[in-house]
Design a protein around this ligand. Structure first.
Ligand SMILES: [Zn+2]
Length: 117
């Protein structure tokens, strides 16, 4: 994976993306949309389609998780994965959505504030 800066028309700014490189000599060097992973997906990505990767924000989060890239720059919350049954970081994206960083399952993020213990 190689990092690039691309202009995202949905976010109206430059975002960092990773683009996978096809192994030399095996395939033609054509770039497919599904080889692009946005590293700055977040709660500002409210659109139904990411213009860079031609994917729903949820699909983009899954790609990011499966790419193995670090998610340090993203907003996350700790949660219990409804699908994998693990305590995991959930990547927040869109409006009130979050995806499990372990298995990629999307969930609804309903907490709006913290409270004293
Ligand atoms: Zn999970």
């Amino acid at each position: 994976m190689k990092s690039h800066q691309l202009y995202c028309s949905a976010c109206d700014r430059q975002v960092k993306v990773m683009i996978s490189e096809a192994p030399l000599g095996e395939h033609q060097a054509t770039l497919h949309d599904d080889e692009l992973v946005c590293l700055e997906i977040g709660d500002h990505c409210n659109g139904s389609l990411c213009p860079l990767g031609a994917a729903e924000p949820q699909a983009m989060v899954s790609r990011l998780i499966h790419s193995g890239e670090k998610i340090e720059g993203l907003k996350t919350v700790k949660g219990h994965g409804p699908a994998c049954d693990l305590e995991a970081d959930f990547i927040l994206f869109g409006k009130g959505k979050a995806s499990c960083s372990v298995c990629g399952t999307a969930a609804r993020w309903v907490a709006e504030h913290v409270e004293p213990m």
